[in-house]
Design a protein around this ligand. Sequence first.
Ligand SMILES: Cc1cc2nc3c(=O)[nH]c(=O)nc-3n(C[C@H](O)[C@H](O)[C@H](O)COP(=O)(O)OP(=O)(O)OC[C@H]3O[C@@H](n4cnc5c(N)ncnc54)[C@H](O)[C@@H]3O)c2cc1C
Length: 560
Amino acid sequence: MYTYETFETDFLILGGGGAGLLAAIHAHDGAPSLDITVVVKALFGKGGCTRLVQGGYNAVLDAKDSIERHFEDTITAGSFLNDQELAWILVSRAPDVILELEDKHGCYFDRHPDGRIHQKAFAGQSFDRTVHKGDLTGIEIMNRLVEQTFKRSPRILEDHRALDLLLDDEGRVCGAVLLDMRTGKFAAVSARATLLATGGGPNMYKIHAAAADKACDGIAIAYRAGAELMDMEMVQFHPTGLLAADSRMTGTVLEEGLRGAGGRLFNGKGERFMEKYDPERLERSTRDIVARGSYLEIQAGRGSLNNGVFIDVSHLGAAFVEKNFPGMVKRCRDMGFDLARKPVEVSPTAHFIMGGVKIDGATRSQLEGLYVAGEDAGGVHGANRLGGNGVAESTVFGCIAGDVIAQSLPPRRTIRAAQVESIIDRAAAPMKREKGEKVFDIKSEMRALMWEKAGLVRNGADLRAAISGIDALADRLNQASIAPFLNYNMEWTEFINLQNFLLVSRLVAISALAREDSRGSHFRSDFPRADNEKFLQNVYIGPDFRVTFRPVRLNRMKPS
Ligand SMILES: Cc1cc2nc3c(=O)[nH]c(=O)nc-3n(C[C@H](O)[C@H](O)[C@H](O)COP(=O)(O)OP(=O)(O)OC[C@H]3O[C@@H](n4cnc5c(N)ncnc54)[C@H](O)[C@@H]3O)c2cc1C
């Protein structure tokens, strides 16, 4: 039997990206006496995707732009599946949060010579509204938020991962069980409010872009606790993931601003293939269309030698590219490619999950005591996220979560020792088996399966094969064994990651099978059109993988 320590906190924040840190800062500023705990699976400030944000942050700052236009771009890109109230909150709060990041937290974004914040072009937008710091915006945001969080002295548990939520007798969330990955020790945390901000991360696909610490933990944890999920079929593939052979750099993103600035895509035959898929917007089309176009070219045998396509920005001039995209140029140079002067091989890469936990505008889930912000939440982006709306989502809703908790903290509920013990037993089970398969093989098989059967182009037969393949992998995982040492046991980390990846993969495949139409990032070759008569609905998944459809509330904008 493994032992565990128990401690109490008022506000337990699981995840320390944009959403988690702004929640901590706002909760502290609104109620300085709150006891706040921030748990991060990596080193504090170094993990997660907010740090990886490259291109930037969408916010309406220019008098010629408008909140309504940003809203319309967001809903159109999302194929009208967005929760329109959440999307409205996103676009209407983003300008204030950008100013807060600069004026209160010390971020400094690129500016015009006259002092105005510079905003660059991103795909799928009717106005150049992407605020940025060069092409590595997330480092600026995270470094400043880390400083601001330290200043407020919450309890910070780094290299700790949340395993599962704790529920009281009436199903109310009252904390979580954590694993200290450095020592292998467990902790049961009693919390009055718990925020999930672990940032999704669809790294269960062969080619993927999200930070290495992410494993869809928050979505899996919420589902196991009984929270309702929505639109899990909506997985975004970024069109331009670097192809760099077997290196870990394969899949990392070459930012959208390259296409925004005029970057062109060519297939292996030298054809500018976006002329076929979106003759009007070409490479500045939305990610779903560009990624699918690239994938279809590769599948049709018109890809590059390494099963990719080429991005070419050389016509913009080497000096321009080096000045405006120094981070991307360096990333490519490190791998032996000259982005400023020559085409570079890229592939669609799994990037972001639009689906997630259903929340209301105050970040409340349907489980009392559980709040969700950032990529773990569903609804904001509908069927496809606009580049630049991701970090806006995590920061806007992180602020809201912190404000809500500061204003009204739920009462403390009693945690149940039996539940703590069963969570620990489940996590530690493979250490007790002397023989069994190694988890790393299961991981690579899962990634190939998801890429081939539940990826950019789907159909009913493939999705059914994906579900049975996932189930077979889950059975094998349940028999896996792990060397029983506790300190930094990376195989153990992979085991727990895989439990969550396989659960979320199943949720993705089941939702994708249920949605018999094509919209945004979800494309069914057997139902290739958007069917607004039948499927202008969100797909919800409840207990026992039960799927229900509910019509989207079109209260602000309707499809024409
Ligand atoms: C390469 C790349 C480039 C991007 N560029 C842009 C861009 O230019 N513009 C844009 O808008 N969006 C961009 N995005 C998307 C954007 O990064 C995300 O939408 C956003 O940052 C998510 O913020 P978050 O706070 O929800 O999660 P994250 O910032 O990912 O933070 C998650 C946190 O949770 C922690 N965590 C994970 N699991 C656990 C666990 N079990 N227990 C405890 N902690 C856990 C992690 O360690 C991390 O601290 C990009 C994404 C990637 C991958």
